[in-house]
Design a protein around this ligand. Structure first.
Ligand code: AHR
Length: 671
């Protein structure tokens, strides 16, 4: 076997001495050693990993936002999802009552100019007389996104717009599946004069019990005609009070993202431009947003999660927003470069909205939404996966020159791959997407080894194992991704940003498989791909150390090493990550060179392993999401343990099909 032996890499005698002595120590121990493979880490030679390195990509796909991260409980709150023509489909609203007691329809009488459709309830029954309304009344209900999660003790704010020719007495209630008790209720009672015009009503409902499959009901026992529009139900308890589902955002916090790329993906492009994400339609008062049908992932969004909210989310996560906008190109139609300038203006306006003065046209809209300070927008991507489209280059150049002249500091990301050949246009970064079977992605760990070091750096904004190998998110996929990420970390001089895709899936609407975080109305878990990302949470801004594997059969083994400082306790660690993509365990000797003796503390050093009995194992809702506590659980989660043999030389066993990190606590002056 190779031992801890390598040629001197520094002219400094002291380093040479320390280096040789560490080689000797490794060598001396080798006499009766079992390890056949050596990992040599040089603690004195490092280079910085970009601060931006590890981030997240949020796309409105799989109901990631509507019915997911965005905590709005009502689906199709403005009755616009069935299209602008009436009568229209009001799905998922349903009717309580029959035709003898109630006729429900839609018309275009809303007070909101951009979303004219309203719901009309013609109540035929009454509180008394021949046609008496059933107990509990008649009306409509909305189960949200596959059932609302209502939690005991929590308060929900219901806002709705109502109009009637007479007085009204409407019960607003939250109820579990049929036959279960009412969870919370309040009445809206108003005279005819109060509601003869559209009137906004608000009620707070505090839940007496919990039910994960609830619905919002609007019922009455009084004859008359009532119109409803823009019906919203939001929990008061959201992340930082900004409308995001706390449990989902906390999973993002845990992996310490340094950027948030949003809102797509293909969602930005649309199958057709008329269905693309257009930011101006998603800002301002929520009631006035028209919503839109995302025709790539085939579902309606009310756009409560709009451009402003994405910027807010980035700020709340203390991360950098990366705004991907449409460049006049969809999957099936393209705006010619000669007439693309209105799209360019739209992009410029979006930047003004994010960072303009509160007195500017678009900055004032942002200020009016409660954010007078600018958002810290410094990165934009011109389109998504459009490089090979006919008008991409022409359009790109128009956007590029307009943005650079108005906002010279903004970094611009091109859709064209600069890893194999230089770009033929100016850019600060080039976008790189890769979805492959497990073996292929693992081998792509070396993809950037020979990429040009001149010119723009790579933004690997979408990567994942897909297809049969991935199942619904299994260990095999996670390990291949771990290998790929180790390769990217080692090439972080040319790969400046990385993010997995897609981030979220509502298990009721898997449009894309696999994904990092799976949820339904009340539960969530991370797939192995999520947990692999968790291992890289400390990489951004860390120092990459030279780490090299020596020995036979090491092709299924990849390793990297960093030093990083914990911002909370200010302690410094050496973190060594090793993926074993082979079916045999590996006896490995780790030698850290250029580190003085006894400079690693045993106490405070840990080993963390992600593995499972079966390579195809997946996670499920059955267990909680936290790592470490599930030593005997059937979940593929990282298990952490103290590292008793922590030191500059360690003989360790790396399990088959596993991802392991050794986090070694350093004494303060140890190099
Ligand atoms: O991540 C899913 C999709 O994959 C994205 O929308 C698109 O950019 C890519 O093709």
């Amino acid at each position: 076997m190779r031992v801890c032996k390598e040629g001197p890499s520094s002219g400094l005698l002291l380093f040479l001495f320390i280096g040789l002595s560490s080689v000797w120590q490794c060598f001396a121990r080798d006499v009766k050693a079992k390890p056949t493979i050596l990992l040599l880490v040089n603690a004195s030679m490092g280079r910085p990993i970009p601060e931006t390195f590890f981030g997240i990509f949020f796309e409105e796909i799989n109901h990631a936002g509507a019915g997911g991260l965005w905590a709005e409980l009502v689906s199709n709150r403005g009755f616009e999802a069935g299209g602008p023509n009436t009568p229209s489909n009001i799905d998922p609203w349903s009717i309580i009552g029959d035709e003898s007691s109630l006729v429900v329809s839609t018309d275009r009488s809303s007070c909101f100019e951009r979303n004219k459709v309203a719901l009309k309830m013609d109540v035929l029954c009454d509180s008394q007389g021949d046609n008496k309304c059933p107990d509990g009344g008649v009306g409509v209900y909305n189960s949200g996104f596959w059932g609302m999660n209502i939690e005991e003790g929590k308060t929900y704010k219901v806002v709705l717009y109502v109009r009637s020719s007479g007085s009204i007495h409407v019960s607003v209630s939250l109820m579990g599946s049929s036959g279960t008790p009412t969870l919370a209720a309040a009445n809206i009672i108003a005279s005819a004069s109060d509601v003869s015009n559209w009137t906004k009503m608000e009620v707070l409902l505090q839940a007496k019990e919990s039910n994960t499959n609830s619905s919002l009901r609007l019922t009455t026992t009084n004859k008359g005609v009532i119109w409803f529009d823009q019906v919203s139900a939001m929990p008061l308890d959201t992340y930082k009070g900004h409308g995001f589902r706390t449990d989902l955002v906390e999973m993002l916090e845990d992996i310490k993202p340094q950027f948030l790329r949003f809102p797509g993906g293909c969602f930005v492009e649309g199958e057709w431009l008329r269905n693309a994400f257009r930011w101006k339609e998603t800002v301002g008062p929520w009631e006035e947003r028209p919503g839109h049908f995302g025709d790539v992932w085939n579902y309606w969004t009310d756009d409560g999660l709009g451009y402003f909210e994405y910027l807010q989310l980035a700020e709340d996560l203390k991360t950098r927003p990366i705004w991907v906008f449409n460049n006049g190109i969809s999957h099936n139609d393209e705006v010619d470069t000669s007439v693309v300038s209105p799209f360019v203006q739209e992009a410029l306006d979006s930047i003004e909205f994010a960072r303009g003065d509160p007195n500017s046209k678009w900055g004032s809209l942002r200020a009016g939404m409660g954010h007078p300070e600018p958002f810290d927008l410094r990165y934009v991507a011109i389109g998504n996966e459009d490089c090979d489209k006919k008008n991409y280059l022409g359009n790109y150049l128009k956007f590029h020159s307009a943005i650079k002249s108005a906002y010279p500091d903004i970094k611009i990301i091109s859709n064209c791959d600069g890893s194999s050949q230089p770009l033929d246009h100016p850019a600060d970064f080039y976008d790189f997407h890769i979805y492959k079977p497990a073996n292929v992605l693992f081998s792509k760990a070396h993809k950037f080894d020979n990429a040009s070091r001149a010119g723009p750096k790579a933004f690997v904004s979408e990567y994942a194992v897909t297809g049969e190998d991935a199942g619904n998110g299994n260990l095999l996929a996670g390990l291949a991704e771990a290998g790929f990420l180790i390769g990217l970390e080692k090439n972080s001089d040319v790969v400046a940003l990385i993010s997995y895709a897609p981030l979220f899936v509502n298990s009721n609407d898997r449009r894309w498989n696999p994904d990092a975080i799976v949820f339904d109305s009340s539960r969530l878990y991370g797939t192995p791909s999520y947990w692999v990302q968790w291992f890289f949470a400390e990489s951004s801004g860390a120092t990459l150390l030279n780490a090299k594997i020596h020995g036979k059969s090491s092709s299924s083994l990849l390793a990297s090493a960093i030093t990083w400082t914990n911002s909370e306790d200010k302690k410094t660690y050496i973190k060594i990550k090793i993926v074993n993509f082979g079916s045999r365990s590996v006896n490995l000797r780790i030698c850290i060179r250029r580190l003085i003796r006894h400079s690693i503390r045993k106490s405070g050093s840990t080993k963390t392993v992600l593995t499972s009995a079966n390579l195809m194992d997946e996670n499920s809702f059955a267990e909680p999401r936290k790592y470490m506590i599930l030593a005997n659980a059937m979940q593929v989660v990282p298990i952490q343990s103290p590292l008793e043999n922590a030191g500059k030389r360690m003989d360790v066993v790396i399990l088959p099909y596993s991802f392991t990190s050794f986090n070694l606590l350093k004494k303060s002056t140890s190099i």
